[in-house]
Write a protein that binds this ligand. Structure first.
Ligand SMILES: [Mg+2]
Length: 316
């Protein structure tokens, strides 16, 4: 079975170039998660550079999303360029930016006590927030590498005294080259336990972050696609935002886990290397690929004809 699939794979690649096949996806705008979709740690996922180039060649607006609130878009741009992925800073959208947008709409020109790094403090300054520990409207917690007991004590006292508690993202651990590190969600749990007040999380899986990104792009959920590597964050958030979704198997969620979830992605692909932004409206172009389904086993190709029709047809 595996050998047959590999043979079919090889045969098919002779008809294309670097990838076994490309799914034509007729969306007007693209949102995508960063880690596990375009990069993995400090490596660019094979085909990601070409995928971004295809989006640009088709003139498709896109945003790259990350729940990590450490960095400003400029910082991130430099870090990505360093490992070989060139994207403009304007194409990067962090949970810190989404948090700043949320607070700006909720309470314009407010005051916040912030535990976080430049990614978060810059975003809040950019929406004219005053950062202060004196009678703030909000305590805003983000990712940091230097939590201090003094800061945590201050945050706990302010929340206990009535400040609203916001956190950029619920992730409890993050990966580094040396192993796991505690992330925003873990520190938020400490403050929540101490105060009895749970934070409002802005980042994924809250679809608020997805809607905020769509607004930033000037895009509409019905004609946009969300690409992610996690069913429990990217795909659920995209689904709740009313978008078509593509799960790529280049990150956290494995193929065998997809059916365990009560929602499903529109399409499951190995990686973004297989995505071709397509301008053709309607579902006709998907049939040329479904005819190849018999040549590709489940390992390579998880989309049914119905799924492809749904994806391409809904944006006609
Ligand atoms: Mg990811």
């Amino acid at each position: 079975m595996e050998n047959m699939a590999n043979t079919a794979y090889t045969t098919h690649t002779t008809h294309t170039t670097a990838v076994p096949y490309l799914e034509n996806i007729a969306a007007e705008a693209y949102l995508m998660d960063m880690d596990g979709v375009l990069i993995r740690g400090t490596q660019v996922i094979p085909g990601a550079v070409e995928f971004i180039a295809r989006l640009r060649a088709h003139g498709k607006p896109f945003l790259i999303l990350t729940n990590n609130s450490l960095y400003t878009p400029r910082d991130l741009q430099a870090r990505l360029a360093h490992i070989g992925l060139d994207v403009p800073a304007e194409s990067l959208y962090t949970s810190a930016l989404a948090t700043a947008q949320f607070l700006h709409r909720q309470c314009p020109g407010g005051k916040a006590f912030v535990i976080g790094e430049a990614g978060l403090t810059t975003a809040l300054h950019d929406v004219d927030y005053v950062l202060s520990d004196h009678d703030p409207d909000y305590v805003v917690l983000g990712e940091t590498q230097t939590y201090s007991f003094q800061q945590l004590t201050q945050a706990i006292r302010l929340v206990a005294a009535g400040a609203r508690f916001i956190a950029t993202n619920p992730d409890v651990v993050g990966p580094t080259e040396n192993g796991l590190v505690p992330a925003t969600g873990a520190v938020a749990a400490l403050i929540a336990e101490a105060t009895g007040v749970r934070p409002y999380y802005v980042g994924k899986p809250n679809p608020l972050m997805i809607r905020s990104a769509l607004r930033q792009l000037g895009a509409h959920s019905e004609t946009a696609v969300m690409i992610g590597d996690r069913m429990d964050t990217d795909i659920v958030a995209g689904t709740e935002a009313g978008m078509q979704t593509v799960l790529v198997l280049s990150g956290v969620t494995q193929a065998g886990q997809v059916d365990r979830f009560p929602y499903r992605p529109t399409l499951v692909l190995e990686s973004v290397a297989q995505i071709n932004p397509e301008d053709v409206p309607g579902g006709e172009q998907s049939t040329s690929h479904t005819s190849h389904n018999s040549h590709n086993n489940a390992r390579n190709h998880h989309a049914t004809a119905a799924q492809q029709a749904e994806l391409t047809g809904s944006v006609a």
